[in-house]
Design a protein around this ligand. Sequence first.
Ligand code: 13P
Length: 330
Amino acid sequence: MIETSYKKRLEQVKTFLNNNDAKLISHYYVDSEIQRLTEDTGGCVADSLQMAKFGTQQKEKNLIIAGVRFMGETAKILNPEKNIYVLDKDATCSLDDSCEVNSFKQFCEKYPNREIVVYANTSAEVKAISDWVVTSSIAIPLVENLASRGKKIIWAPDKYLGSYIQDQTGIDMIMWDGACIVHEEYKTIELKKLIEELGDCEVLVHPESPRSIIQLADVVGSTTKLINASKISKSKNIIVATEKGIFYQMKKLSPNKNFIEAPTEGEGATCKSCGRCPWMHLNTFDKLMSVINQKNEINLNEKTIVHAKKSINRMVEFEDKYYQKNKRAS
Ligand code: 13P
């Protein structure tokens, strides 16, 4: 019954995308049905960097981004000639919201000799006043490279990812005070207890989590890195400290493993997000079927696009060179 209704929806989405010369691109955190529809229609489900790169290689005039708003903005910056649609413009990100462009500008003006490095989870305007954009998949090698050239940086907006980068690279960093409402809620004592109870387990953690959670991890990394780690892990039990949407890919790759959410509630403490990003959750089938209209289109001014594109492209070029070099070395 469920499969019949999925098949019906799949046909509807295929027809819709064909009729509108559109391609669907989704993040690993959206609901499993949207991820599945994306894969079955030849689209791409990926981490935030690969979503951006995939968009630039498509022939379709319209790109539909299932994720949060900054992902749609990144697609527009890299493909200004295309029409970019998001399923819900209210799908924001607590990190992006924490870093308002004028306040950030004033903050940066206090440290004129530092390179400005920002996380992809920021607005197009913040990217436009930055030197570098990074995603979690490339942050460490890129910042290591800056450190090796004696650079000092301003980092925004995620203080937890920032401390992780600083711990790994030793770079001199001034940090903005932002956090992701999902990752910030993981509970250290409860996670320790769970690890003890399970015995045979592996702990996978996204670096937007607090340091005390990262310290308990077997693997720390981007959504792609965590999915790969879950696949090659020899453990039967995998504890995952990142947004629940990712379980769909992990379970598909390893149907016989147990995937367990890292605890978000502790003694006397309750969770607000409980491992679920409220904005990723706004991406639904009904919204997808009516996405092509003005109210969902991402529009950015030209100057913002030109400036933001420079700092995103620097990351993409760095990533291309970095992986070419590492492939040659391996
Ligand atoms: P990734 O770049 O690892 O996909 O993470 C994106 C994100 O928004 C995490 O909260």
